[in-house]
Design a protein around this ligand. Structure first.
Ligand SMILES: [Zn+2]
Length: 79
C-alpha cells in the first residue's frame, strides 16, 4: 500500500465524457450479496458499491484501467 499524496489541479486535467458524448455523471450504486456463510452470519448481507452512471444514457462509467487492482494514491484537489 502506498500512502503517497499527489496534489492535482483539476483545471489541467481532461474532462471525461461518456461514449454517448455526455459529460455529466450521477452517483449510483450496485449491490453485492455477501453470503452469510462467508461472514459467519445466518443471513446474507448486502453491500452497496458506489458507481458513476452517465446522466444521459445511464451507462456505468468504468475507467479503462479498472482491471488493474493497484492501490491508488490519495488525491488532494487544489483550489
Ligand atoms: Zn452516456
Amino acid at each position: 500500500m502506498s500512502n503517497q499524496q499527489i496534489k492535482v489541479d483539476l483545471a489541467k486535467c481532461d474532462d471525461v465524457n461518456c461514449e454517448c458524448g455526455n459529460g455529466l455523471f450521477v452517483q449510483g450504486f450496485t449491490l453485492k450479496r455477501v453470503p452469510g456463510l462467508l461472514i459467519g452470519q445466518p443471513k446474507d448481507t448486502y453491500v452497496n458499491v458506489d458507481q458513476l452512471v452517465c446522466a444521459s444514457c445511464m451507462k456505468m462509467f468504468v475507467p479503462p484501467d479498472n482491471k488493474k487492482e493497484e492501490p491508488k494514491p490519495k488525491i488532494e484537489v487544489v483550489n
